[in-house]
Design a protein around this ligand. Structure first.
Ligand code: DGJ
Length: 573
């Protein structure tokens, strides 16, 4: 009889599979027993639909210097015939990742993809009786074009959408069965912790419809709000997301009644979020029962002023995070896909107690790198991922930025959640116009005050006066500062300048040393020591450092420096 050994870490967790460590002040992803930063990129939607295209895409990701690929397995190809699962693509994906020494985040594109059902198999699409669709309200988004008989009143029609209704058990079970088969296969095939996380569905919700008008859904909508939801809200009263708290408060914090009675103007959003999240919970719980690794849902975010249906109603938007927590206890965290220029504001909305910060999608443009630094260094995110990564050009902004993050990763992971690590990103839209921030329905802290080109970081007695060179011209200015000891720091980034001071104005600050270099196999290797022109004769640090004609123009420097103070004013004797 064999003996099964399971390695247990000092924190008492199973080390045999990826997991989240939420102990202390950190929230980190642990892979192969060590914390890991996901320097990731997400493949375009169709890139993993064939083994040959996937192969080229993985090669490209390796060239780009990522450590993780985010790629989808879709229900349509996975279960073409009901009950028969095709493992070709998931097996190929795992072996390609292993071959290229990449980790994987697997996306489960199934009942919900961008608020529609385009990735459901034909046998689901064709059987609307067994798998009913979301029905619109009479006349909702029905154009004259849709009306078969000229002159007929559009308000006497309901649209049968290309969205699966979330309230039917048969659909939930079919999706959950397939997802269970996928997770079982991953467990069987993945012996190296290659698959580090799974995203369940994609931007779930009902795009183009506010309230599902299926009779079964309307019956639930007119019924009582479930006690489990009311208990969660009551237990967390005072700590809920602002919009939800205000809507419930406006209705007198009622503990029972219909959705309209309890949530007033927010009733449709809350009801649909509860239904969609409950659907997702069944799928997630079934998958976790066979292989419990970190899982998350991603959101098509709600912009200010958007009405339900102009974003997928029922998705994990920032105002519905509590509803998701209550309806889907199996999910580990909720993530925003941020294509909107107000990046910092959406990060702030998802940076909540209990949540883990991960940005699974953003535009693959020159600002992506700056957003990665903000997410990981300033907000302690577990990772970052621009979208359609296999399509980026060779000068893509993240290539150098990720290389520096990879070198600094052990130190970043050690400092995350402490005051020893700070991220810098001067947020400006690319077209040089200011973002119209308007009124946010969550606490944005000091973000709006940051419109200038200057910033200040404080590390104990040291003040770092930061000037962002290029942001106003739309070129990203970003970086990070990592404190190694009381007077020693690592700095990386681009298009920023630093001068140094202390609160004691009678003292001047000078460099003990200022070095440009890099970490090779974890060891600091000096490329140049900067005492003269390249540090403006000891007065400041500018990134990139000037005069490095033998390096790639596009490079991102890492510098290491040590500071000391000396009296600036001496009293005359
Ligand atoms: C967000 C979705 O989650 C992705 O799958 C993709 O459709 C992008 N939008 C396209 O911009």
């Amino acid at each position: 009889m064999g003996i099964l050994f399971i390695a247990i870490s000092s924190k008492g967790q199973d080390m045999g599979k990826p997991h989240l460590d939420r102990s202390g002040h950190k929230k980190q992803l642990i892979v192969n027993g060590e914390p890991m930063l996901l320097l990731a990129g997400e493949l375009g939607n169709s890139a993993s639909s064939s083994a040959s295209f996937m192969k080229q895409s993985f090669e490209r990701c390796r060239e780009l210097g990522l450590n993780t690929v985010i790629a989808n397995i879709n229900w349509d190809q996975f279960e073409k015939t009901e009950g028969i699962f095709d493992y070709t693509l998931i097996d190929t994906m795992i072996s390609l990742a292993e071959e290229h020494e990449l980790k994987l985040v697997v996306l489960w594109f199934a009942s919900y993809k961008n608020g529609t059902m385009t990735y459901a198999p034909q046998w689901v699409k064709k059987d609307q009786e067994r798998f009913p669709r979301v029905l619109s309200a009479p006349g909702e988004r029905i154009s004259e074009r849709n009306i078969p008989v000229p002159g007929m009143d559009k308000d006497s029609f309901q649209r049968q959408t290309n969205i699966l209704s979330p309230v039917f058990e048969e659909t939930r079970k079919a999706d959950a069965r397939a997802f269970t088969a996928l997770m079982r296969r991953i467990r069987e095939m993945d012996h190296k912790e290659t698959v580090v996380m799974v995203q369940v569905e994609n931007e779930a919700g009902t795009y183009s419809v506010a309230l599902d008008h299926q009779p079964e859904a309307l019956k639930l909508y007119r019924g009582e709000v479930p006690g489990t939801l009311m208990k969660y809200l009551n237990d967390n009263r005072g700590e809920l997301t602002q919009v939800l708290e205000e809507a419930w408060e406006a209705q007198g914090y009622g503990m029972n009644g219909s959705w309209d009675e309890v949530f007033g103007e927010l009733a449709v959003d809350v009801f649909m979020a509860w239904q969609v999240a409950s659907f997702m919970e069944e799928v997630t719980a079934a998958g976790k029962a066979v292989y419990d690794i970190p899982m998350y849902y991603n959101a098509w975010i709600k912009k200010q002023g958007d009405k339900p249906g102009s974003y997928p109603t029922g998705g994990p938007i920032h105002t519905m995070l509590d509803i998701y927590r209550a309806a889907s206890p199996s999910i580990d965290f909720l993530s925003p896909d941020i294509y909107h220029p107000a990046f910092k504001q959406y990060v702030a909305a998802y940076d909540r107690p209990g949540n883990v910060l991960f940005v699974p999608e953003c535009r693959s443009d020159q600002n992506a790198v700056a957003k990665a630094y903000w997410t990981i260094a300033e907000k302690n995110g577990i990772g970052f991922s621009p979208f359609a990564i296999e399509q980026v050009a060779d000068d893509f902004s993240c290539i150098d930025g990720y290389r520096a993050l990879q070198q600094l990763a052990p130190m970043i992971l050690d400092a995350q959640g402490t005051e020893r690590l700070r991220g810098l990103y001067r947020q400006m839209p690319q077209n040089n116009k200011r973002i119209s921030y308007g009124e946010w329905d969550f606490d944005t802290g000091e973000l709006e005050e940051e419109e200038g080109t200057k910033s200040e970081l404080v590390f104990g007695r040291w003040k770092f006066n930061v000037y962002f060179h290029a942001a106003l011209e739309g070129i990203p200015a970003y970086g990070l500062v990592l404190q190694l000891s009381e007077d020693e720091f690592l700095i990386t980034g681009k298009n920023i300048r630093f001068t140094f001071s202390t609160d004691d104005r009678s003292k001047q600050v000078d460099f003990v040393y200022l070095q440009q270099g890099e970490f090779t196999d974890g060891k600091w290797v000096v490329r140049r020591q900067l005492n003269g022109d390249e540090s403006s004769h000891g007065s400041r640090l500018s990134l990139p450092v000037s005069g490095d004609t033998f390096a790639d123009n596009n490079r991102q420097d890492i510098v290491r420096l040590k500071l000391y103070t000396l009296p600036g004013l001496l009293e005359m004797k």
